[in-house]
Design a binder for this molecule. Structure first.
Ligand code: AFP
Length: 334
């Protein structure tokens, strides 16, 4: 590819558009990129380096951890805690916020992350990812739990990395969405997908159909109408996908449109929702909106949800704008 734009060049050029900025944010993103390259390497080597399989422990969510859940969490923390750019971190894998060790300076940002999203896919050699969200924080302090409890609309940056046939990073800083592909030969992410945009309309949905009997009426109605195809009120046939990895579903939607739902379900009254607000739903909502799509709980714009707790779960409906608006309408009518 002629005139390759590396991620570093892209970030520095973006930074020049805001004279007077210190470059801290660019350095922080570079630190995250470094961590994700290491994760990509581990995921790619798989059983050659013995990283697959269960760790035989549980995380804060009560979910069985894979070895790679723990390894990727540690890679993120070790790449970021010493840099001086952060006041704290929040990871899916630990209960409390991660403090910056006392020997290091504290910075003005917070990073919230799911180090290995879709980890049930790892042992079957399917796509997994890392999701992250960046918030501003009071400078020079040890972040308290309340510092993380901020609406998604306050994010300064969100991104995810997809460890698939290619390793890709998708990023927004609130000025559109860009995609970068890791060139393994030179170890650099190269800008390959400029200004990613989600088509407004779609004929493809993604939902875990095995939960159908536990859904609320508005979701049943929407999916039922899709499944009826040309015989139903939509008058067109739909296709279905389910990859069981949020990053892979969102990447597909960014590329060719579609809608993804992980709605409320009544399987387990103690766990009515699956996805986590602060480091899953919010970052993907920011990306999806910046690409012209929409993301909602069904009753509220995701980025407006006021978080109540660090590992809070929410219903998620995202993708092509027209479809998300239709599903929200069904919820409001119901
Ligand atoms: P894991 O990271 O525990 O595999 O969960 C993945 C996930 O949070 C999200 O990435 C998927 O969209 C969803 O769960 C898959 O859920 P099902 O287990 O219902 O297929």
């Amino acid at each position: 590819m002629a005139n390759k734009v590396t991620m570093t060049q892209f970030l520095i050029e973006q930074q020049r558009e805001y004279p007077g900025t210190s470059g801290t944010f660019t350095m922080l993103l570079n630190d995250i990129v470094t961590a994700c390259k290491q994760i990509s390497h581990k995921v790619n080597r798989g059983n050659l380096i013995g990283v697959l399989g269960s760790a035989e422990s549980e995380n804060v969510q009560g979910e069985v951890q894979k070895k790679l859940d723990i390894i990727t969490h540690e890679i993120m923390v070790e790449a970021l805690d010493w840099t001086g750019h952060l006041a704290g971190m929040l990871s899916e894998e630990v209960d409390e916020p991660i403090k910056i060790p006392p020997q290091y300076p504290k910075g003005k940002y917070l990073v919230l992350f799911d180090p290995l999203d879709g980890s049930s896919n790892i042992d079957i050699n399917l796509t997994v990812g890392t999701i992250f969200s960046i918030l501003r924080c009071r400078e020079g302090v040890d972040a308290e739990p309340e510092d993380f409890l901020r609406k998604g609309a306050e994010q300064v940056c969100a991104g995810f990395v997809l460890y698939g046939p290619s390793t890709m990073m998708v990023l927004t800083t609130g000025h559109g969405v860009n995609g970068f592909t890791l060139d393994q030969d030179i170890g650099e992410f190269i800008l390959t997908h400029r200004n990613m945009t989600i088509p407004e309309d779609t004929r493809e949905f993604a939902i875990n159909m095995s939960n159908q009997r536990f859904w609320e009426e508005p979701v049943r109605r929407y999916i039922d109408e899709c499944v009826q195809g040309t015989d139903g009120p939509r008058g067109k046939n739909f296709n279905m996908r389910w990859i069981a990895s949020l990053v892979a579903e969102v990447y597909r939607i960014l590329t060719r449109g579609g809608v993804f739902l992980y709605p409320y379900d009544s399987r387990d009254p103690k766990k009515p929702y699956k996805l986590r607000l602060l480091y899953e739903a919010n970052p993907v909502a920011f990306i999806v909106e910046q690409a012209g799509g929409a993301c909602s709980t069904g009753r509220e714009r995701m980025l407006d949800v006021k978080p109540q707790s660090l590992h809070q779960r929410v219903p998620v409906i995202l993708g092509s704008k027209d479809e998300v608006e239709r599903i929200v309408k069904y919820h409001l009518e119901g």
